[in-house]
Design a protein around this ligand. Sequence first.
Ligand code: SF4
Length: 296
Amino acid sequence: MEYNGVIYRPPVEANTILIPITEGCSHNSCIFCNMYRSVPFRAWSLNEVEEYLSNFIGVYGGYAKKIKRVYLVGADPFVISAKGLVKRVELIKKYLPNVGVVSMYARTDNIARKTDDDLRCLKDVGINDLYIGVECGSNDVLAKLNKGYSADDTKEQCLRLNSVGINHCDLLMLGTGGKGHGLEVAAVTAALENAIKPTKILVNTMSAFTGTKLDDEIQAGSFTPAGEREILQEEYTFLNGLELPNTYFWAIHPLDSVGVEGMLNTDKSRMLNTLARAIETVDETLYKRVSRVGTL
Ligand code: SF4
């Protein structure tokens, strides 16, 4: 089987075996994103997944028995119905019998379409560690980003995941509010995260890429990006407001000007000190967020 499009996966899953399940994104309309613009959304059929797994076994043979965790590829494979996901996980376990954890990206609206029984069933087959594009805690900002769901929606759905024991890892983006709004967005985002208790928080910084509506808005003057000092202040305020001792904080994306990572219970002060130093010394001319190149 040939996969259509580029494969993106969370950096913290760099060592996990990837299994293609979907291509593209079922939403594909966030104004800052060009990752899947030319890739129509498509779920792989069970036959296609089986063919891939069969080829995989042909290449890796006995190594298959050592695999305990897999990552399902696509922008939001969790859009597939609970029944469809269970069938795909059963297929994976037929070929990779010791797989215990199946992780993937999920959108908030993917979760909303599943019943509590669905979620319990998915947890029982090993689905865990869902990576969710939370982006920020401001309903107004999320509407402007055309995210397709609000912070309130994310809160409701992540609390449902928590209640059935499915862990979620939240992807947050700095700079979403634009110039002058960083601190207020940081405060509501920290409040949201404190309420929904992710196991991991992954941070990157919003940039304007070629062909995105965000880029058009910046060119037209209807959105003014925050400067790098404000972005670092937003990150400092966000991190400082987090009260999640058991959460891992990861902010070393290539789009982040300063890399910090660690457990919040032991490394928060160190990370805050690093950000405080960067706020004092940052050269804003070096970090223009109007790059208009590349992708996320
Ligand atoms: S940010 Fe995620 S949900 Fe939004 S269009 Fe891109 S891949 Fe889809």
